[in-house]
Ligand binder design. Structure first.
Ligand code: GLA
Ligand code: GLA
Length: 676
């Protein structure tokens, strides 16, 4: 058991935590006792306190007010509720930017990011850092020994609003980061390809962040990619600074911060952040705009990736919503069963804490229309009843706590630099979306009834038999060697279009695409053939491709063609591809290396063939494949209804479910947990 899990009194077994952000400063203190009483009735075990409290804790530069927080901490402790205490540095108080306007971030157009919202500071500001660290030190000294303290919560969603800062502080830090990366200017000039467009640098002081350039032009792509790397590192540096101070002052208290592995949040390379925290924690919100089915699978995908960022250890679902959010164009409430289904899906993928934003729905402020555990309507509400029912379920599911994810036999590689690079401007198609391809393969695995782990590129692949690399655009020598070693070791690799195209400096690899993987795949492509918006090409296995195609040549006699372009399709260039390979497979020893040169409308039929070739079979009876998601954690199986219809569990045989969860039929959006 991880040293950071809180044991349950009596049994000593770890518990599943249940709770939310709690913002008592938004309410008169008469409400606080009632809050604790209702938390207890809902089964809440932990709350995150103080996320946006800086202005109340330090109302003036030299005035501190901890009295109210002392009272809240004591009250929660008396109620048996633990605290994940924020360091409160997420949003600077008005006096700080009034006194030091030089902490304010600057956007790519050179405009000040004004206060009035939140998180308006420069991540690299030495002034901000000094004030933030003083606050962290006060918090640690005051509450380090408080019996309610279970964990430190550094800042909040680092990078949510301030990931790309172009201020003078950012510029100085960017240059220092580049000096560490390249050592001398010659190396930087080579890496950035500055002979192009007259960009050669003669002095470090000439280097800027990639600001907005004139219409029709774009910043240097390697500079932009390095700025993405730097911006992620700068935020991580703040995390590490707070963590180091906390570890020094309170070595026995775990430190976490809430990541944002979800949808299009792309600024932070969490693969490099995860080793820096004691407990990985994530925030996830569903995006109904994707459509109900894709939104559900997207949640599972993000949760799966988070679990693998945590290396298989339990992690915390720090925020999600009980019902509607307030920041989408239209904010539907959750449908019956959805609250529990979303939470239990996170639990399935390894979460040991199920927490929401927030405990009590705000009456004032920008998020008053965002749902909470305790809605505006009060405890006499469907949401609060669902919350309370889930609290009871989680208490009954305590045996699951501490259990590690059971690795799958297949994996999907996830790579932040590839995401950043492939979605830069001036590429063959501006319509390529990195995440869509990865999610498309994940859904194909779900459709096939086969579990797949979403793992950060660079992770040890030796335990996997089949690995899909969707749009693994950036492949440097190290990554190329890892993939070759995987295939040499008998693994089955599946790479898609736009993989292996550029190296770590975003330079095109010469001699034909996909440069870094050409030999491994036994193919060569002279020119990409992206497809016109909405148009298609057809393949002789009956599938359809859109977005992208390639005239693939075979360079190795052993390569098999799994599907060819027919020459039909609505794209004007479809006929030029007639008879050319579209999907290939090169056997290599006990393993193989396959290539998919277009975006398939339905990846499941091809995936089934590839899985059969790899000897991987569904762990579910055929009738259930695609209709439910199966997730394994320790000695438990989670079965989640992916459909909007009831699903009979009879094919599983006589099952005994835990915690009173369904045993015969899963209702729409239903979940059950089985032993074994
Ligand atoms: C983020 C923040 C919270 C809140 C929620 C609303 O996750 O961390 O403070 O704004 O979004 O969905
Ligand atoms: C213009 C410019 C060239 C080049 C091309 C690309 O013609 O003069 O330098 O950028 O566009 O199409």
């Amino acid at each position: 058991m991880s040293r950071w899990l809180r044991p349950t009194a009596g049994s000593g077994h770890p518990r599943l935590e249940f709770g939310a952000d709690y913002n008592p400063e938004q309410w008169p203190r008469e409400v606080w006792a009632r809050d604790v009483e209702l938390m207890r009735s809902a089964g809440v075990t932990i709350v995150t306190v103080g996320v946006f409290s800086w202005a109340r804790l330090q109302p003036r530069p030299d005035t501190w007010d901890f009295g109210w927080l002392d009272e809240v901490m004591d009250l929660l402790h008396a109620g048996g509720i633990a605290v994940d205490l924020a360091t409160a540095t997420a949003s600077a108080p008005p006096w700080l930017h009034h006194r030091h306007p030089e902490i304010l971030a600057v956007d790519a157009g050179g405009r000040t990011v004004w206060p009035g919202g939140r998180q308006h500071h420069r991540p690299t500001s030495p002034v901000f850092r000094r004030y933030a660290m003083a606050l962290v030190e006060r918090m640690a000294r005051r509450y380090g020994d408080h019996p309610a303290l279970a964990a430190w919560h550094v800042s909040n969603e680092l990078g949510c609003h301030d990931v790309a800062d172009h201020s003078p502080d950012a510029e100085v830090a960017f240059r220092a980061w580049l000096q560490r990366r390249y050592g001398d200017l010659g190396a930087l000039n080579r890496a950035w390809g500055t002979s192009f467009w007259s960009q050669h640098y003669g002095d470090w002081a000439e280097i800027m962040t990639p600001r907005a350039v004139g219409p029709g032009a774009v910043p240097n792509p390697t500079q932009a990619l390095d700025f993405d790397r730097f911006s992620s590192d700068a935020l991580r540096d703040h995390l590490c600074a707070e963590r180091d101070l906390l570890h020094t002052l309170t070595p026995d208290v775990p430190v976490t911060t809430n990541f944002m592995v979800m949808a299009e949040t792309k600024g932070m390379d969490y693969a490099s952040w995860a080793p820096e925290v004691d407990i990985v924690a994530n925030d996830h919100y569903v995006f109904p705009g994707l459509g109900a089915a894709t939104a559900r699978d997207e949640l599972s995908f993000s949760s799966n990736l988070t679990g693998n960022l945590a290396g298989g250890d339990p992690w915390w679902q720090m925020e999600h919503s009980t019902s509607a959010v307030n920041w989408q164009p239209v904010n539907p409430r959750k449908r019956p069963g959805e609250l529990a289904r979303d939470s239990l899906t996170h639990l399935a993928h390894g979460a040991d804490a199920i927490c929401y934003f927030q405990w009590r729905q705000s009456a004032a402020g920008a998020e008053k229309f965002h749902s909470a555990m305790l809605p505006h309507a009060g405890p006499d509400s469907a949401v609060f009843r669902d919350v309370t029912a889930l609290g009871a379920t989680l208490a009954d599911l305590a045996p699951v706590a501490g259990a590690r994810r059971v690795p799958a036999r297949a994996a999907i590689l996830w790579d932040w630099p590839s995401w950043w690079a492939v979605e830069q401007p001036f590429t063959p198609s501006s319509e390529l979306r990195y995440r869509d391809e990865a999610l498309g393969w994940y859904r194909a695995f779900l459709d096939a009834g086969v579990r797949a782990d979403v793992v950060p590129a660079g992770a040890d692949l030796s335990g996997y038999e089949l690995v899909v690399a969707p749009v693994l655009h950036v492949v440097g020598p190290e990554r190329a060697a890892e993939l070759a070693a995987f295939v040499d070791g008998g693994g089955h690799l599946v790479a898609t279009y736009s993989s292996g195209t550029v190296d770590d400096d975003a330079h095109a690899l010469l001699g034909g695409y996909p440069g870094a993987l050409r030999e491994l795949l036994g193919i060569r492509v002279e020119e990409f053939a992206p497809l016109a918006t909405g148009s298609t090409v057809t393949l002789d296995d009956g599938s359809t491709g859109d977005l992208w195609s390639e005239p693939v040549q075979l360079t190795d006699g052993a390569v098999e063609v799994l599907a060819r372009y027919t020459g039909d399709g609505t794209d004007p260039g479809a006929a030029d591809l007639a008879g050319l390979p579209a999907v290939t497979r090169r056997p290599a020893g006990a393993g193989s290396a396959s290539y998919v040169s277009t975006r398939l409308d339905d990846r499941a039929p091809l995936l089934r063939r590839l899985l059969a070739g790899a000897g991987i079979h569904p762990e579910l009876p055929g009738e259930l494949c695609g209709r439910v998601e199966l997730v394994r954690r320790g000695g438990f199986r989670f079965v989640i209804n992916r459909t909007e219809a009831p699903v009979s569990l009879a094919p599983l045989g006589g099952i005994a479910s835990l915690a009173g969860l369904p045993a015969a039929t899963l209702p729409p959006r239903g979940v059950t947990v089985l032993r074994g």
